[in-house]
Design a protein around this ligand. Sequence first.
Ligand code: 8X3
Length: 252
Amino acid sequence: MNAPKEYAVVTGASSGIGAATAKLLASNGYHVIACARRMDRLVELANFDSNIEIAELDVTDQTSIDLLSTKLSGKPISILINNAGGAYDASSIESSDPDIWAKTYEVNVTGAVRMTKAMLPLLKQHGRGHIVFISSTAGRIPYENGGTYVAAKHGVAAVAGTLRLELSGQPIRVTEIAPGMVKTEEFAVKRFDGDRGKAAKVYEGVEKPLTDGDVAETIRWAVMLPEHINIDLLVVRPVAQAAQHKVHREIE
Ligand code: 8X3
C-alpha cells in the first residue's frame, strides 16, 4: 500500500517563490494546498499538477484564514510554508509612510502569525509537522531605503525563533529560509510601485540572480530531510552576492 500523501499548505502561491514551491512539492508527491488572493493565477497553477488544490486566502484577513481552517479541518496537514509577503516601498525612514509600515508588517509578520496559529492545531492533530518561514537576508542585515521591509523581515525571523522555542519537545520543526537576491516577476516591481525600469536596475549586470525555483529547491530540501533534522536558518544568495552590499555586476 502507498503511504498516505503529506499535505502542505503554501501561502502567497500565486507567483514567485510560492508558486515555484507549490509546483516543486507537488511534483515530489505532496498534496499541496496553494493559497493566495488571486484565484485566476491559482487556477493556472492547478493546471500544472493534479497534486495542487487551490484556496483563496488573504493572510491579512482573519475571516479569510478562518474559512481556510474550516475547509482544511480534518485533513492531514503536516507542512505550512509561510511565504506570503512583500516590500511595498523603497523609502528612507525619514520620508516613509506609516501606512506602508503597517501594511508591510501586516502582510509579512502578522499574516504569518495568523496562519501559524490557524494551522498549528492541524499539525498537532496530525502528530507532527514543519513550519517554514520565508524571511529574507533583509531580516538579518539592514540596508538603506529598505526600512519597512527590513523591520518586517527581522520580525519574521523573531517569530520563527520564538516559535521554535515554544514548540520545544513537540514533533514540529521550525525553519527560517532567508533568501538574498532573487529575481522574480513581481518582487522588485511591487517595491518600486510598478516602475519596471527601477525594478530591472536591481538585477542589472548580476550574473544569475537566484530564481524562485532555486529558493523552492531549498524549501524542498529542508522539508524532505529526515524528520529528526531541523534546519533552523538557511541563508541563500547567488554567487554574485557575497554580502548584502557586495554585489558583483558586469556592466559595460
Ligand atoms: C529580498 C532580498 O535584498 O531585496 O528579500 O532585501 S533584498
